[in-house]
Design a protein around this ligand. Structure first.
Ligand code: NAD
Ligand code: UDP
Ligand code: UDP
Length: 338
C-alpha cells in the first residue's frame, strides 16, 4: 500500500488502516483510467475533493483535457496520455478502470475491454491495489427478464454489431473474477445503466446527448424505430456516488448502478421538449440492429448492501446538463434566461 505524508489539516481518516510509524494519516493514490471522459472526470472531481492523489490515464479517444483542466495546478493530480492496451507501471492503492470506447459509434474500434482490462488487472496484482471495473447493463443484451437483476445471465448476440462492447464487457467481468478467485485480488464490479449529465460527449450518438444537442440547435429530435423501446436514465452524480460506495465497501458485486425510472424514447423526447424547446420536432429514423427493447435496473442489491440509491430524477437532471451543452455548442450560457 502506498502512503504519503500529509498535513493534519488535510486528513480524511476514512480507512481506519494501521499506519506505519511516523505517518500521520493515509492519503489514497487512485488511478482512474478513462478519467478525462464523461463519467471519469466527475469521479476525479469527487476524489480530488476528498483529498486523494489522483492519476488519470487516458488516450483522449473520446475524453478531453478540458474535462480535467481545472485540476492541472493541483500537485495531487497527474494526467498521463496512454492507451491502456499497452502495459504501464504505476504505484497506486485503488484503480477505477473506466477506459473504454463507450458509445455505439466508437466502441467497435479497439480491443480496450479485453487487453486494457487485462493490463490494469496485471497492474492491480503487482501493486496489490483494489480494482473496480465499470461494466454495463449491456451485459444483459436484449433482456428476457425485466427489470434486470444481477443474477440474470443475459441475452447477448455474440456476433452482432454491438457484441464487441457487450461481449468485451462480459470478458472484462470474467477476467476480473478470475483475478479475484485465482489471485485473491480485491475487485469490484459495477454494471452501469444509461447515464447522462454535463461533459457528455457531444456527438457520440447516445440518445440523451443527441436529443439535447438537437433541441438546442433547433434540429428535429431523431427517434430511432417506433420510439417505444425503453431505457432508464441516471444522472452522473448518482453514479459517481455509487461507484465510490462500491469501491469503499466490502462487496465484490456485480452491482447494478442505475435509476429505475423507465422512459420510452418518445417520453424522453417529450421531457427534452419540455426542458428546452416545446416546438422541437420529432423525426423517426430506422433503428440499429440488435437494439435492446427495454432496460430497467433492479437496484435492490445496491440498496441493501451499499446503502445506495439514485436521488436525481430525469426532470431534475436534464436541465443541469443543458447549460453545459449550450456553452460547448455556442460558447455562451443562456441558462439563466431559460
Ligand atoms: P467516455 O467515452 O466519456 O469515457 C471513456 C474514456 O476512456 C474517454 O476519456 C476515452 O478517451 C478513454 N479511453 C478509451 N479507450 C481508451 C484506451 N484504450 N486507453 C486509455 N483511455 C481510453 O464514456 P463514459 O460514459 O464516461 O464511460 C465510462 C465507463 O463507464 C466506460 O467503461 C463505459 O463502458 C461505462 N459505462 C458508461 C455508461 C454511460 O451511460 N455513460 C453506461 C454503461 C457503462
Ligand atoms: N501489466 C501492466 N502493468 C503492471 C503489471 C502488469 O501493464 O504493473 C500488464 C502486463 O504487461 C500483462 C498484463 O498486465 O500484459 C497481465 O499481467 P499479469 O502479471 O497478470 O500476467 P502475466 O504477465 O503473468 O501474463
Ligand atoms: N436512440 C434514438 N435516437 C438517437 C439515439 C438513440 O432513438 O438519436 C435510441 C436507440 O435506438 C436506443 C436508445 O435510444 O434504443 C438508447 O440508445 P443509446 O445509444 O443512448 O444507449 P444504449 O442503446 O447503449 O442503451
Amino acid at each position: 500500500i502506498a502512503y504519503e505524508l500529509q498535513d493534519e489539516s488535510d486528513q480524511r481518516g476514512n480507512s481506519g488502516a494501521k499506519l506505519p510509524m511516523g505517518l500521520k494519516s493515509r492519503r489514497l493514490r487512485v488511478l482512474v483510467t478513462g478519467g478525462a471522459g464523461f463519467v471519469g472526470s466527475h469521479l476525479v472531481d469527487r476524489l480530488m475533493a476528498r483529498g486523494d492523489s489522483v492519476i488519470v490515464v487516458d488516450n483522449f479517444f473520446t475524453g478531453r483535457k478540458d474535462n480535467v483542466v481545472h485540476h492541472f495546478k493541483n500537485p495531487r493530480f497527474e494526467l498521463i496520455r496512454h492507451d491502456v492496451v499497452e502495459p504501464i507501471l504505476l504505484e497506486v492503492d485503488q484503480i477505477y478502470h473506466l477506459a473504454c470506447p463507450a458509445s455505439p459509434v466508437h466502441y467497435k474500434y479497439n480491443p480496450t475491454n479485453v487487453m486494457g482490462t487485462l493490463n490494469m488487472l496485471g497492474l492491480a496484482k503487482r501493486v496489490n491495489a483494489r480494482f473496480l471495473i465499470t461494466s454495463t447493463s449491456e451485459v444483459y443484451g436484449d433482456p428476457l427478464q425485466h427489470p434486470q437483476v444481477e443474477t440474470y445471465w443475459g441475452n447477448v448476440n455474440p456476433i452482432g454489431v454491438r457484441s464487441c462492447y457487450d461481449e468485451g464487457k462480459r470478458v472484462a467481468e470474467t477476467l476480473s473474477m478470475d483475478y479475484h478467485r485465482g489471485l485473491n485480488l480485491e475487485v469490484r464490479i459495477a454494471r452501469i445503466f444509461n447515464t447522462y449529465g454535463p461533459r457528455m460527449c457531444l456527438d457520440d450518438g447516445r440518445v440523451v446527448s443527441n436529443f439535447v444537442a438537437q433541441a438546442l440547435r433547433k434540429e428535429p429530435l431523431t427517434v430511432y424505430g417506433d420510439g417505444k423501446q425503453t431505457r432508464s436514465f441516471q444522472y452522473v452524480s448518482d453514479l459517481v456516488e455509487g461507484l465510490m460506495r462500491l469501491m469503499e465497501g466490502d462487496h465484490v458485486g456485480p452491482f447494478n448502478l442505475g435509476n429505475p425510472g423507465e422512459f420510452t424514447m418518445l417520453e424522453l423526447a417529450k421531457v427534452v421538449q419540455e426542458t428546452i424547446d416545446p416546438n422541437a420536432k420529432i423525426e423517426f429514423r430506422p433503428n440499429t440492429e440488435d437494439d435492446p427493447h427495454k432496460r430497467k435496473p433492479d437496484i435492490s442489491k445496491a440498496k441493501n448492501l451499499l446503502g445506495w440509491e439514485p436521488k436525481v430524477s430525469l426532470r431534475e437532471g436534464l436541465p443541469l446538463m443543458v447549460s453545459d451543452f449550450r456553452q460547448r455548442l455556442f460558447g455562451d450560457d443562456k441558462s439563466s434566461s431559460n
